[in-house]
Design a protein around this ligand. Structure first.
Ligand code: NAP
Length: 298
């Protein structure tokens, strides 16, 4: 068997074309252009690249974007003041704090200062709670991207056995919750899981987000499984690789995502989606999405 390769880059491109049209309609019919502000604190080179990509992607689909850059020694209270101003600005529909923040700033204080309605990363505790209870406001972008990839390929998760390797707050845990909401049977593994293979081998769908190159080898994968590799690791020679032995596992899996070109392009695409969605909600002046009874993420 040789797996079908899920082309995240192509799927992201298609979704962005749809987003561009949606933005154009919002502008021409309602005079509202979605706006995203990205806050960058300090000089971390990786963060700068991520922010640059996010701003460029906004431009691609017509979202108004703004980058606020602050020195690493900005005080927490000054940063909170900036967030208050953005919360009050009706032209800003999404606010994103590029993580990590410098150590002297309490990350949760900052994330929770963002208005829930503008928390397009989905990291505010209220949004996390919404995900837990099935009242999702904004699904976190990376797991949302995985969900969209599965949907695009027509892979149904209902009743399937899903194993998520990685239990972080930004990928593993929200991924597991989102799949549970779709009636999958979900198992979460982490660093202290004993004999990882005895869990992964049971997976109809295996989502790997550990940050460990080559963690998943063919012997750990069930024949015909769907394998989603979220990992992004830079090797000593500069190459980027995922957490899955791609060449080996693709011989056993039915579907597999490559790295790069799989989940990665979807993350920023879902950030754009959440920003447009936020603008749309403000347009119809509907606060109900926060309390909507529909427990499914669409
Ligand atoms: P993280 O915060 O470091 O979390 C890694 C998780 O994997 C933790 O839960 C950890 O367990 C678990 N883990 C580590 N080694 C393991 C092992 N040997 N066996 C089983 N579980 C193990 O990382 P993250 O932010 O979730 O990111 C994970 C990976 O996804 C990274 O490579 C990151 O670059 C990538 N990523 C990609 C995207 C994208 O857009 N494609 C977005 C975000 C992240 P403990 O909880 O026990 O420590």
């Amino acid at each position: 068997m040789s797996a079908r390769i899920i082309d995240g880059k192509a799927i992201a491109k298609k979704l962005k074309a749809e987003q561009r049209e949606r933005v154009q309609r919002m502008v021409s019919e309602h005079g509202v252009r979605p706006g995203l502000t990205v806050i960058l604190v300090g000089e971390d080179p990786g963060s700068k690249v991520y922010v640059r990509n996010k701003i460029a992607s906004c431009q691609e689909v017509g979202i108004r974007s703004q980058k606020l850059e602050f020195a690493a020694d900005i005080s927490e209270s000054e940063l909170l003041d900036h967030i208050d101003k953005l919360n009050a600005d009706p032209t800003v529909h999404g606010i994103l704090i590029q993580l990590p923040l410098p150590k002297h700033i309490e990350m949760h204080q900052v994330l929770e200062r963002i208005s829930v309605e503008k928390d397009v990363d989905g990291f505010h505790l209220y949004n996390v709670g919404g995900l837990v209870t099935g009242n999702t406001v904004f699904p976190p972008c990376t797991p949302y991207g995985v969900q969209k990839l599965l949907e695009h390929e027509g892979i149904d998760v209902e009743g399937r056995s899903v194993v998520v390797v990685g239990a972080s707050n930004i990928v593993g845990k929200p991924m597991a919750l989102m799949l549970m909401q779709q009636d999958a049977t979900v198992c979460i593994c982490h660093k202290k899981t004993r004999d990882l293979a005895q869990f992964t081998i049971l997976a109809d769908i295996l989502v790997v987000a550990a940050g460990v190159p080559g963690l998943i080898i063919p012997q750990m994968v069930r024949t015909g499984a769907v394998v989603i590799d979220v990992g992004i690791n830079r090797l000593p020679d500069g190459r980027i690789t995922g957490d899955v032995d791609f060449e080996g596992v693709r011989q056993k899996a039915s579907y597999i995502t490559p790295v790069p070109g799989g989940v990665g392009p979807m993350t920023v695409t879902m950030l754009l989606h959440n920003t447009i969605e936020s603008a749309n909600r403000s347009l119809i002046q509907n606060t109900a999405p926060i309390l909507r009874s529909d427990s499914r993420i669409t």
